[in-house]
Design a protein around this ligand. Structure first.
Ligand SMILES: Cc1cc2nc3c(=O)[nH]c(=O)nc-3n(C[C@H](O)[C@H](O)[C@H](O)COP(=O)(O)OP(=O)(O)OC[C@H]3O[C@@H](n4cnc5c(N)ncnc54)[C@H](O)[C@@H]3O)c2cc1C
Length: 468
C-alpha cells in the first residue's frame, strides 16, 4: 500500500450521524477504475462496499476497515428519449438531476424517495418505495435493464427477461452482488408540474390505517403523518395526504408548472431566514415536551383542505430544511412493514411501549404497500410505519432494547424490515422474515457473482454475517 492509499482513509457516517466507520474512500469515474479497485482490494485482502449519496439511515454503505466506493462521480445521463420517457444513466445520477432533466419534457420518476439527493444506484441497491407503492411497486419494477460490473471484472446485462434471477436479486441486493454501471428507467408521463392534494386529520390509529386503506385505491399517492406523542384514545392520530396527477388539459399553464424553476424549493424561509440555518432553530424543540407541543399544535390547526402543490414540494418536503437531521444530533429510524390484518394491534403495542419508556418517536410516517417479486423484498400487502428516534448518550441503551422489542412484535405479527432503514435487524430476524430458502438463494447468487467475497458492508456482516 502506498502513502496515497492511506490518505484515502476517512471516517464515514450514516445519514443520521448515529453510526460511523473508517474506510478507504475511492471515487471512481468509470467501470475500468472500479475494476482496478477490485483488483487492489483483492491483492490487499480488503473488502469493498458501494456507496451512493450515503443517505441510508443505517450501515448499508459503511465498511469499517475496508474500501468504500463512492459512485457519485459516475453521474452522466447516457441517453434520454423524451418521446418514450426512457432514460439511461450512470448510477451516481441523483434523483434531483433525474427529474430536473425529464420534467420539462413531461416525465416524472415513477418512484421517488422522500429526499431527492439519493442516487439511482443507491435507490436500486435498496429497491426504494414511494408514497405510491400500493400502485406502482418499488423502483425496480420500472427498470427495463441495467449493466452491472461483477467483482471478477465481468460485465453483465440484466432485464426482467435476460438474467432475470440476477435482475430480481441485484435490485434490492444491498450492493452485494455487483455494481450497477448503467441503469435504464421508464419514466411516468405527466401533463402538469402540479398535483391535486387533499389533507385531513384522523383521530386515532384505527381511523388512520382505515383512511389509508380506503383512499389508496382511489389515488395516485397516499401518505400519513403520525403523532407518536398522542396517548390514550388519541394514540395513532395524525394527518393523511392523498395526491393525484392532473389529467391532460387540467393545468391552464403546463409549460410553466413543468419548468424546473417553478418546482425548485425556495432557499429562504418566509423570504428571510436562509433554510440552511433552520435546523439550529429546530434543535431546542427536539425533546419530548417540545415535540409534543409542535405535534399537538400541528394536529389542532390541521384542517380538511384541498390544494395544488408542485411534485417537488409534495415528494421532497424534508428537503425544505437542508441538514434537518442535525436538529436531532443523532438519529435512527425504525421502519416496519406489517400485513393489513395485524398492523393495528402490533403498532398499538409498539407506540404504547415507546411512550411507557419515555421514548416517543419524533416523527412517524405511514404508507400503504403491496408485495413485489424481488428476492430480498421488504414489501407486504399492508402498511409501513417509519419512526424517527433521537439518539442520546442517556437513551442509547433503552432505545436499543426498545427497538429489539419492536422487532419481536413485528416478527410475531408476520412483518418485515427494510434494509435501508433499520440498524438493529439481526441475522436471526432476517432469517425469520425472509426465510431460509430466500437466504440460501441469495447466498448461491453471491457465490456465483462474488466468489472471493470482495463485496461486503457493515450491514451485510450484521445480517448475513455467518456467510463465509
Ligand atoms: C430523508 C430521507 C427520506 C427517505 N425516504 C425514503 C422513501 O420514501 N422510500 C424509501 O424507500 N427510502 C427512503 N429513504 C432511504 C433512501 O432512499 C435509501 O437508503 C437509498 O438507498 C439511499 O440512496 P443513496 O444514493 O444515498 O445510497 P446509499 O445509502 O449510499 O446506498 C444504499 C445501498 O445501495 C448500494 N449501492 C449504491 N450504489 C450502488 C451501485 N452503483 N450498484 C449497486 N449497489 C449500489 C449500497 O451498497 C447500499 O447497500 C430516505 C432517506 C432519507 C435520508
Amino acid at each position: 500500500m502506498t502513502a496515497s492509499f492511506f490518505e484515502k482513509f476517512k471516517l464515514l457516517e450514516n445519514f443520521g450521524h448515529s453510526l460511523s466507520a473508517p474506510a478507504y474512500l475511492f471515487q471512481p469515474q468509470s467501470a475500468e477504475e472500479i475494476h482496478e479497485i477490485f483488483k487492489l482490494a483483492k491483492s490487499n485482502n480488503l473488502t469493498v462496499a458501494l456507496r451512493g449519496a450515503g443517505k441510508s439511515y443505517n450501515d448499508a454503505s459503511l465498511n469499517g476497515g475496508g474500501i468504500v466506493l463512492d459512485l457519485q462521480r459516475m453521474d452522466r445521463i447516457l441517453e434520454w428519449d423524451p418521446g418514450s420517457g426512457c432514460l439511461t444513466a450512470e448510477p451516481g445520477l441523483s434523483l434531483c438531476q433525474l427529474w430536473q432533466t425529464t420534467l420539462p419534457d413531461g416525465w416524472w420518476p415513477p418512484v421517488v424517495s422522500g429526499t431527492m439527493v439519493t442516487t439511482l444506484g443507491g435507490c436500486l441497491g435498496m429497491n426504494i418505495h414511494g408514497k405510491n407503492n400500493f400502485r406502482m411497486g418499488p423502483i425496480g419494477e420500472h427498470v427495463t435493464e441495467f449493466t452491472a460490473l461483477l467483482p471478477s471484472g465481468a460485465e453483465l446485462n440484466c432485464s426482467p427477461k435476460k438474467n432475470g434471477d440476477l435482475f430480481r436479486a441485484m435490485i434490492g441486493g444491498l450492493g452485494m452482488l455487483g455494481v450497477f454501471t448503467s441503469i435504464t428507467l421508464q419514466m411516468k408521463r405527466v401533463y402538469s408540474g402540479l398535483l391535486n392534494v387533499h389533507a385531513w386529520n384522523v383521530p386515532d390509529l384505527e381511523t388512520h390505517l382505515g383512511g389509508i386503506a380506503e383512499s389508496a385505491p382511489e389515488h395516485n399517492y397516499t401518505v400519513g403523518w403520525l403523532d407518536c406523542t398522542a396517548r390514550g384514545r388519541g394514540l395513532g392520530r395524525g394527518q393523511l395526504h392523498t395526491a393525484d396527477y392532473l389529467a391532460e388539459g387540467d393545468d391552464p399553464n403546463p409549460a410553466r408548472s413543468l419548468r424546473v424553476d417553478t418546482q425548485t424549493l425556495p432557499d429562504k424561509f418566509f423570504g428571510l431566514v436562509p433554510k440552511s440555518l433552520l435546523h439550529f432553530f429546530m434543535a431546542p424543540f427536539m425533546c419530548n415536551p417540545g415535540v409534543w407541543g409542535v405535534n399537538t399544535a400541528k394536529y389542532l390547526i390541521g384542517r380538511d383542505k384541498t390544494y395544488r402543490q408542485t411534485h417537488a414540494a409534495f415528494h421532497f418536503l424534508l428537503d425544505y430544511v437542508p441538514d434537518w437531521e442535525l436538529a436531532y444530533g443523532r438519529l435512527l429510524q425504525h421502519q416496519s412493514f406489517l400485513p393489513k390484518e395485524t398492523a393495528l394491534a402490533a403498532w398499538t403495542e409498539m407506540l404504547s411501549l415507546a411512550q411507557r419508556r419515555s421514548l416517543p418517536a419524533y416523527l412517524g410516517v405511514t404508507k400503504r404497500h403491496r408485495p413485489d417479486g424481488f428476492l430480498l423484498t421488504h414489501a407486504v400487502d399492508g402498511f409501513s410505519l417509519a419512526l424517527d428516534f433521537k439518539v442520546t448518550a442517556s437513551n442509547r441503551l433503552r432505545l436499543a432494547q426498545t427497538l429489539e422489542d419492536f422487532d419481536r412484535i413485528v416478527l410475531d405479527a408476520g412483518g418485515r424490515f427494510y434494509f435501508a432503514k433499520n440498524s438493529e435487524t439481526s441475522a436471526e430476524s432476517a432469517r425469520r422474515f425472509l426465510g431460509e430458502e430466500i437466504i440460501a438463494k441469495f447466498r448461491l447468487l453471491k457465490k456465483r457473482c462474488d466468489p472471493n467475497h470482495l463485496l461486503e458492508s457493515d450491514l451485510y456482516r450484521r445480517v448475513f454475517g455467518d456467510d463465509r
